[in-house]
Design a protein around this ligand. Structure first.
Ligand code: ZN
Length: 585
């Protein structure tokens, strides 16, 4: 069963802080973790378009902390606030079923009032993009309580809070005004955000840090959506605190009306007031935010001053750094090079993605590899997995591993026989979708324990195959020669011919991953008069050169290039018979 990983990593330390803060807020009520008040942590996501992989940190940070709290026996609620009552700000580019011209007419409406992209099974824009994220979160084992802000606002859940904010608009205005008079703070980032990061920041739900505006009638922290055109291009022109009568006009269509705010449900608090109102309403104890929300005058800082008006407290809110992407192939991204969690889960298992977030403190940025780096990442993961199994891993690494492989609810489904990702990728590369060939090759890797079925290496095999097919450029794919390269074979000098003969003579006895590794490194040693198992210390440095040229020769004869997948894997993938033919036997 899931074990607590006490104070060994950043997650544990935040869990300590959050539990302490929760007890401070309700002193004396915590007789035991199971009966203490439910601890609330929160994330906010705006389904204004595909929800990017970068925004996953908004969810993973509180998820990991909530999960640790749960492992310790406390009751915890992880809210994901779907900011689907936010305005539709712009038409994102490159989305199937979305024509920029026809969708631009919806700008200014709530995201739930914009139609879904054509062909979608979902009722509106927000639901369409939420659905993809919900599916990815399920695969990642993230347990959460989703709250639609459209549902909250339009059913009048926040009525008292809205009326309260209107009554205290002077105080709110005074707080906001401290920042309005200041110059925009210097950017804290060391480098300008690139386009993908800006897109990610905009997707986070709060980048449009609207704090409401002052018209001739004064400042109002509330904005109605127009009763005629549904857009938020409205201005409040009069408000009566006693009757709650509010008059607004729409600058988009000219519509004007007077409503009673104590029964009106088609509008929302402006972002900088909305966020702290929800901290107070839900009793949020932990909610991190991106760097764009954490600078002076940002919504998190201002919210800390406004939340008291609603009788609440600011949550513990660490800033998290951006998550970058390395080497995303354009063709498979949902949108102009910015991948979603679903894109990542097509090429890596959920454990690996969880591990990336668990092992780095939130203020450390990191990159998620879509390029060759993913193979090294998987090697590192497998090494850690082995160390955890034989109890030689460091405590912090053990904690990150435990958070990656499961949650308080149990372990995530895993690949029963996790063969190296790079091997699976090479096999997928060389076999190009022929399952029977893949099974043969993978069984030969470890002849003592052949695979009964490819299911033993799934889903890792499927992820590696998708990676090869969607992320590896055509000129880096491996194409095994159909016919031997007769010209090259004829031109070989005696030592080269001898090296091929040594290899061919050893093939049958070495036909496994370990055996072939031994063989391909051993041939140049034997040729130079050393034993095949001589260690590097016993060998002159020239051996390395000899190995390199031997490997290059094999690559040329097998795949017509200088390099390729690791030779032992490649040889197994090509198959003994075909190797013999291509090497001129
Ligand atoms: Zn209007």
């Amino acid at each position: 069963m899931a074990q607590s990983t006490e104070t060994t990593d950043w997650v544990s330390r935040f869990a300590d802080e959050v539990i302490e803060e929760s007890e401070r807020r309700a002193p004396g009520k915590a007789t035991s973790p199971a009966t203490a008040p439910v601890i609330v942590v929160a994330s906010g996501l705006s389904p204004s378009g595909p929800i990017h992989l970068g925004n996953l940190r908004e969810v993973m940070t509180p998820h990991l902390v909530a999960d640790e709290i749960r492992r310790r026996g406390h009751r915890v609620r992880h809210l994901i606030s779907w900011d689907d009552y936010d305005r539709f700000r712009k038409v994102p580019k490159g989305i199937a079923g979305v024509d920029e011209d026809s969708f631009s007419q919806h700008i200014g409406k709530p995201l739930t009032s914009v139609p879904a992209p054509e062909g979608s099974a979902h009722p509106n824009w927000a639901e369409h993009f939420k659905a993809a994220m919900i599916e990815s979160l399920a695969e990642l084992g993230v347990e959460f309580d989703g709250i639609s802000q459209t549902a909250q606002y339009t059913s009048g859940v926040y009525r008292e809070q809205i009326l309260h904010a209107m009554r205290h608009r002077g105080e709110i205005d005074a707080i906001l005004d401290q920042y309005r008079t200041k110059k925009a703070p210097a950017k804290k980032q060391q480098k300008p955000l690139d386009e993908a990061e800006l897109e990610a920041a905009e997707g986070s739900g709060a980048a449009a840090e609207d704090d409401g505006s002052s018209g001739s009638a004064g400042y109002f922290p509330y904005k109605p959506y127009c009763g005629n055109c549904e857009k938020d291009l409205t201005t409040v022109t009069a408000y009566d605190d006693d009757t709650t009568e509010l008059t607004y006009t729409c600058t988009a269509c000219g519509f004007a009306e007077t409503v009673r705010l104590n029964e009106f449900n088609r509008g929302k608090l402006v972002w900088k007031v909305d966020w702290p109102m929800r901290w107070a309403y839900e009793g949020v104890v932990f909610e991190p935010s991106g760097v764009d929300h954490s600078s002076p005058g940002s919504s998190f800082q201002v919210g800390g001053q406004i939340v008291g008006i609603f009788g609440g407290k600011q949550p513990i809110g660490p800033m998290y750094a951006f998550v970058g992407i390395s080497g995303m192939a354009k063709m498979s991204s949902s949108r102009g090079g910015v991948p979603t969690p679903a894109d990542a889960l097509k090429i890596m298992e959920p454990q690996i993605l969880r591990w990336l977030y668990a092992r780095r403190r939130p203020n450390q940025s990191f990159k998620i590899a879509f390029d060759q780096e993913i193979q090294r990442l998987y090697d590192e993961w497998d090494k850690l997995d082995a160390k955890v199994a034989d109890s030689s891993a460091l405590p912090g690494d053990v904690a990150a591993h435990a958070r990656a492989v499961g949650t308080a609810a149990g372990e995530l489904p895993r690949t029963p026989r996790p063969m190296p990702y790079r091997t699976l990728a090479s096999v997928a590369d060389v076999t190009a979708g022929h399952a029977d060939q893949a099974l043969r090759i993978l069984s030969e890797l470890d002849p003592a324990r052949p695979l009964a079925s490819l299911d033993e290496v799934r889903p890792r095999l499927d992820k590696a195959e998708t990676w090869i097919n969607t992320q590896v450029p055509a000129d880096q794919r491996t194409i095994v020669r159909e016919e031997p390269d007769h010209d090259l074979l004829k031109s070989l000098d005696e030592p080269s011919q001898q090296s091929l003969r040594l290899l061919l003579d050893g093939l049958a006895d070495h036909w496994s991953l370990d055996g072939l590794t031994h063989l391909v490194y051993g041939v140049p040693k034997v040729q130079a008069g050393f034993p095949a198992d001589a260690t590097p210390k016993e060998l002159p440095p020239e051996i390395k050169t000899a190995q390199r040229s031997f490997f290059a020769l094999l690559y040329h004869l097998l795949v017509g290039r200088d390099t390729g997948p690791r030779l032992p894997t490649l040889l197994l993938a090509v198959g003994q018979e075909r190797v013999r033919a291509l090497l001129g036997e």
